[in-house]
Unconditional design. Structure first.
Length: 592
């Protein structure tokens, strides 16, 4: 092997890494906004999270990018820790797609279809088309698509260059002996982990391994532990992303490390234990790009199938590794101390205690909503963090209070107590949703802060009127719920209709300003998202009031109730008109 082979190897590696970075970054640009919205809509269903994580990672070709985004979503409070666990597991499966694409470079056949499937043959065509799209494309999306195609072509060119440069190594005895040493499981895993940590991409590290395997001197016994180590090394990116983040984000990064490390160690131990009793013939074969791709996929799928059964255990383990701070424990102890299991022996006392906690839950949700609305007009990071904290606390209220109420429902209680129990069980879901939408409002306010000129003064004036109406319905809902006041509950629906009309008016006014060139389309998206989140808060306040009315009246047909009061109750429309005057939007130019 000459110095020129060494230069070709380094150059090929540079092309390979640059091509992967260009392709991955461009894929993220195209799917970034949609990607975040998909992950934000994630529920606490583990398998849905696994499928989403696998799909997203297969699209953007980077498990590191997916897990980094997950860490940031957990840090912002959008995603829960349990939901993040599923996405992280799925990301490990999705990242195996890259290895399969690269394995096709070794496909050889006289069949025309097989030849066309070989990336080495079709990548030059992708490069030509991609360059034309970059140079001639008028739309940013078209140029970005071109960059994806060029990135893939550069990646394949780099891999082929590395493979060609390393062919002389197959004749070197010292190089062959080096890979025999890597057959030691511990040493192999360390090498794989360190390589992946340095280049911060398991896909790239596996691509390098596949390029090496083309020389025909990489034994499967050495490739296996290196592959397992690469799964551990890829955790470094999420770990770096969690630096400076909150404790929950650090726990998400820890889940990534635990999942990959436990999976690698358990499956490696099982494999070598079986091999010690029944020698596996595969260990005597030479690794190929296809065999590496198969092994990588099989390991990640098997690891996910096994560890998905212990998802809750992984989350609990992160709390052992990163325990709750003293402040967190004190606040939680104060929040939930009334939910005393011993009170369940006296159901009526347990029910009253639970009701006090549910009122506190609604107070917390209202506080978060009021702070979030205030951020629209006067943003500060302290209040933003407070909204995130309150959203997390309200989530815990729903879990702990829901469990406690279920235990009460198993006891013998009076009809009156059962009525209160049903009110609480129905209402805590809406209270939690108010808190969720409050966080959404806070996040939109953060976007407004990043671009303070996006909303005109008129838009801010309209939002001020709208916010006042939402704050009022929150205050009324708290009073209605705390006092079980059915009469006042009937006054909430007219205000909710006014909030609906304000929401529509804000949207129409923005369209009008946009047509006049006074507002941008991007500002319109932000305004719509913000306005819709505020309207949803009103909807859930209405649901709480209607729950109270229906349970006390013994009727459970919400649609019929709303139809009756809107069409048959003259006082309802009178109240709506009165409130429309009270919450009248400022007049625009030309309206006077």
């Amino acid at each position: 092997m000459t110095i020129f082979h060494g230069l070709a190897l380094i150059g090929g590696l540079a092309f390979f890494l640059y091509g992967m970075d260009l392709m991955g970054h461009s894929l993220q640009l195209i799917s970034g906004k949609r990607l975040q919205k998909i992950l934000e809509s994630l529920t606490d269903n583990l398998w849905k999270g696994i499928l989403l994580g696998a799909g997203v990672t297969a699209v953007i070709q980077s498990s590191s990018a997916t897990t980094t985004l997950v860490v940031s979503l957990v840090n912002s409070g959008i995603m829960k820790l349990f939901g993040a666990t599923g996405v992280i597991m799925g990301a490990n499966i999705g990242t195996t797609v890259t290895a399969w694409l690269l394995s096709m470079t070794g496909a050889t056949s006289d069949n025309l279809f097989v030849k066309l499937m070989n990336p080495t043959n079709f990548s030059p065509f992708l490069a030509i088309v991609g360059v034309l799209m970059i140079m001639m494309g008028k739309r940013e999306s078209r140029r970005t698509t071109g960059k994806i195609m060029v990135g893939f072509a550069i990646l394949i060119f780099g891999m082929n260059t590395m493979s060609d440069a390393m062919k002389p190594l197959a004749q070197m005895k010292s190089f062959q002996l080096l890979f025999i040493r890597f057959s030691n499981p511990v040493l192999g895993m360390l090498v794989g982990a360190l390589l992946t940590m340095v280049i911060q991409s398991s896909s790239a590290a596996i691509g390098i391994m596949q390029a090496l395997s083309v020389t025909g001197i990489v034994p499967f016994s050495a490739a296996l532990p290196i592959l397992m180590g690469q799964n551990i090394g890829t955790c470094i990116t999420a770990l770096l992303a969690s630096l400076g983040a909150n404790r929950n984000a650090k726990r998400a990064a820890t889940i990534h490390i635990l999942f990959n490390a436990i999976g690698s160690i358990v499956l490696m131990s099982a494999f070598y234990l079986i091999n010690s009793f029944i020698h596996i013939p595969l260990m005597d074969t030479q690794a190929t790009p296809a065999l590496i791709a198969i092994t990588h996929t099989a390991f990640n799928v098997l690891s996910t199938l096994i560890l998905s059964n212990f998802a809750n255990g992984l989350v609990k383990l992160t709390y052992v590794i990163i325990p709750e701070s003293k402040k967190e424990k004190e606040e939680k102890s104060e929040e939930f101390r009334l939910l005393d299991e011993r009170l369940l022996e006296t159901p009526v006392m347990a029910l009253q205690s639970a009701f006090k906690v549910s009122v506190r839950m609604l107070e917390r949700a209202r506080e978060g909503a009021r702070l979030a609305l205030g951020l629209i007009f006067s943003y500060n990071n302290k209040n933003f963090e407070r909204v995130k904290y309150l959203e997390g606390i309200v989530d815990e209220y729903q879990d702990k209070l829901g469990d406690y109420l279920f235990k009460i429902s198993q006891k013998h209680i009076t009809e009156r107590d059962n009525r209160l129990l049903n009110i609480m069980m129905n209402s805590i879901v809406d209270i939690e949703r108010i808190s969720d939408h409050s966080l959404g409002i806070a996040l939109e306010a953060q976007r407004v802060e990043e671009d303070p000129a996006c909303f005109s003064q008129m838009a801010l004036s309209e939002l001020a009127v709208y916010s006042e109406a939402v704050n009022t319905i929150l205050d009324m809902t708290l009073d209605v719920y705390r006092n079980e006041d059915v009469a006042q509950a009937r006054l909430i629906e007219p205000l909710e209709e006014v909030i609906d009309r304000l929401n529509n008016a804000l949207r129409l006014r923005h369209i009008s300003r946009m047509k006049k060139g006074l507002c941008s389309a991007e500002a319109g998206v932000m305004l719509t998202d913000l306005s819709n989140a505020m309207e949803r808060v009103g909807d859930h306040c209405s649901n709480i009031a209607i729950t109270l009315i229906e349970i006390y009246s013994g009727s459970f047909d919400t649609h019929r109730y709303l139809t009756d009061i809107k069409e048959k109750d003259p006082s309802y429309q009178d109240k709506v008109m009165e409130l429309l005057i009270e919450y009248k939007l400022p007049e625009e130019e030309g309206e006077k």
